[in-house]
Design a protein around this ligand. Sequence first.
Ligand code: SF4
Ligand code: SF4
Length: 103
Amino acid sequence: MSEPTEQNKNEGTGPEDAGESSDEERPRKPRKRFEIDIFRAWCKSCGICAAFCPAHCIAFDEEGAPVVTDEDACMGCGWCEIHCPDFAISVRPRKPKIVQDED
Ligand code: SF4
Ligand code: SF4
């Protein structure tokens, strides 16, 4: 068997050769959005949700209570919901808005 040349070393390894299209050509799916609800009556402001949210969606207000500051950044991982000791936070997919015709 002969040694691979520079040309045949690179053949058949790209996405084009595997029948895949590049990222630029592929249509992107719209990103899923989520809504976050914090039930103040149950929350004891422990701060776990704000401290560990990987997307930094939750911060503290001046009283030290958690507030949703960037709901659009939420990736729906559910970390806050699973780890909240008081079941005081809920994350669910945002419902699409229904736009009525103005006729
Ligand atoms: S983890 Fe739960 S109890 Fe703690 S601050 Fe967040 S919502 Fe409140
Ligand atoms: S679901 Fe994940 S990304 Fe969304 S607020 Fe909770 S921890 Fe943050």
